[in-house]
Design a protein around this ligand. Structure first.
Ligand code: ATP
Length: 281
C-alpha cells in the first residue's frame, strides 16, 4: 500500500498492461423488475475487468444504482446472472476477492469517533488485534486523516467525512470497490481533490472500481471506460473508452483531449435522455 503523498504505482493493473483482463464482475443478460412492476434494468451486459475504472452515467432513474447494487450482491436479479471472479457470489469474501461499497452519504455513526467508524467492518467481522489497528492506521493515512482518528464526524467537513467513509471501505482491503455517487454532495474544488485522491489510491492498491456519477466531467476524468445508460427500461446504450494515460491531473482537465471526450460522452447522454423521454411519451 502507498501512503498519502507518495507517488502511486503507475504500472498497476489497468487495461493496456499484462495484469488487466480477468473479469472481476460480469453482468450477463440481466433484467431487474421491482415488486411494483418497475422495469429498472433490461438485458444488461457489462463486464468489468481487473484493474479497470468504469463509470456508470445516465439520466435519473436509468438504473445506475440498481445495477451497482446487483454488482454488490444486494438483491436478486429477475433474469440473467451476475458473476464475481467468474463464479457465484459465494466466492466474494475469500482471500483476494473482497468487495466494498461506498454510498452517496458518508453514513458515519455520529456518536463514534473517526477511528471507531473506520473500524466498523472489522468489528462486524470480529477481527481484532494489532494487525487490524495497523490497517486502520494505514487506511487513515492513505486518505490523509491520520491526525483525525479521535475526532467526531461533526467536527469534520463534508469532504473529510467522505474520506472517512472511503477509509472504512479500504480497511477491509477490497479488490473491487463499488461507489454510488460518492462525491455528488460536495463542492467542485473538494470533488476535484477527492477525484485525484481516488485515482492515486486506485493505482496504488490495484483496485477495480465501478463508479456511479451524474457528472460527465467526473466520469471522463476518472475512468478507463464510461458506460452510458438510458431509462425506461434501464439499459446500456454506449460504452466510451477513455484512452488518456494516467496519472491524470490538471493538465488533462484543461486539455482538448479531455474536452473531446466530454463532448462525445455528452452526446451519448443526450441520446440516452431522448430515448428515455420517447419511451415514456
Ligand atoms: N426499491 C425499489 N422499488 C421500486 N422501484 C424502485 C426501487 N428502487 C429503484 N426503483 C425504480 O427503479 C428505477 C431505477 O432506479 P435507480 O435508483 O436504480 O436509478 P438511478 O439511475 O440510480 O437514478 P438516480 O440517478 O436518480 O439515482 C427508477 O424508476 C426507480 O424509481
Amino acid at each position: 500500500m502507498v501512503a498519502a503523498g507518495q507517488d502511486p504505482d503507475t504500472t498497476g493493473p489497468s487495461p493496456g498492461n499484462s495484469r488487466a483482463g480477468r473479469p472481476i464482475v460480469d453482468v450477463h443478460g440481466v433484467d431487474k423488475v421491482y415488486n411494483n412492476g418497475t422495469v429498472a434494468l433490461k438485458d444488461v451486459e457489462l463486464t468489468v475487468k481487473e484493474g479497470e475504472f468504469v463509470s456508470l452515467l445516465g439520466p435519473s432513474g436509468c438504473g445506475k444504482s440498481t445495477l451497482l447494487r446487483l454488482m454488490a450482491g444486494l438483491g436478486d436479479v429477475t433474469r440473467g446472472e451476475v458473476k464475481w471472479w467468474e463464479q457465484g457470489y459465494d466466492v466474494v469474501g475469500q482471500k483476494g476477492r473482497k468487495l466494498a461499497f461506498v454510498f452517496q452519504n458518508a453514513t458515519l455513526m455520529p456518536w463514534a469517533r473517526v477511528r471507531k467508524n473506520v473500524r466498523l467492518p472489522l468489528d462486524l467481522n470480529k477481527e481484532k488485534g494489532p494487525e487490524t489497528e495497523q490497517r486502520i492506521d494505514q487506511a487513515l493515512e492513505m486518505v490523509g486523516l491520520n491526525k483525525f482518528g479521535d475526532a467526531y464526524p461533526r467536527e469534520l467537513s463534508g469532504g473529510m467525512q467522505m474520506r472517512v467513509s472511503i477509509a472504512r471501505a479500504m480497511v477491509t482491503e477490497p479488490n473491487l470497490l463499488l461507489m454510488d455517487e460518492p462525491f455528488g454532495a460536495l463542492d467542485e474544488m473538494t470533488r476535484n481533490k477527492l477525484n485525484d485522491d481516488l485515482l492515486r489510491l486506485w493505482k496504488a492498491n490495484g483496485w477495480t472500481v465501478v463508479f456511479v456519477t451524474h457528472s460527465v466531467y467526473e466520469a471522463v476524468y476518472l475512468s478507463n471506460r464510461v458506460v452510458v445508460m438510458a431509462a425506461r427500461p434501464g439499459r446500456v446504450i454506449e460504452e466510451v473508452p477513455i484512452e488518456a494515460p494516467y496519472p491524470r491531473g490538471q493538465d488533462f482537465r484543461v486539455s482538448t483531449e479531455f474536452a473531446g471526450y466530454c463532448r462525445r460522452v455528452s452526446e451519448a447522454l443526450e441520446v440516452a435522455s431522448r430515448q428515455g423521454e420517447e419511451a415514456s411519451s
